[in-house]
Design a protein around this ligand. Sequence first.
Ligand SMILES: [Cu+2]
Length: 149
Amino acid sequence: MIRALASTAILAALPAVASAAIVIERPEIRASLGAQPTTAAYLTIRNTGAAPDRLLGASCACAAMVMAHRSTTANGISRMSMEAVVEVPAHGSVAFTPTGRHLMLTGVKAPIAPGAKVPIVLRFEKAGPVTAVFAASATPGMGAEHQHH
Ligand SMILES: [Cu+2]
């Protein structure tokens, strides 16, 4: 009860900025197998507004933690680093794909089956919380690796 009241107060305190400026495209989550405690999600964040915005965090009821990660490859060694803040330029977009940025879910509470619909809340500095429903695919990121413009 206290928790419900507190979150209502937080929502009410958010500035009434049009969250319509942020559009989530092609949300997709990699199905998790068995007791596998981590998985990844991919999407494109499009900012249709005239001002830049920033992704400050994400959360999912399905996992203990959701983080923005970036994979980079240097000298044949790939590594992952966490990005606390992801800039989304005005009239621009940021792609999370299997070869670059991704949302990393850790502490996944139950297996995510192919075809499942998983809501993830993305928290933006200006747009506030934006919920997108991620479709679970058994073949993660297929097609997303090829970016068409
Ligand atoms: Cu990662």
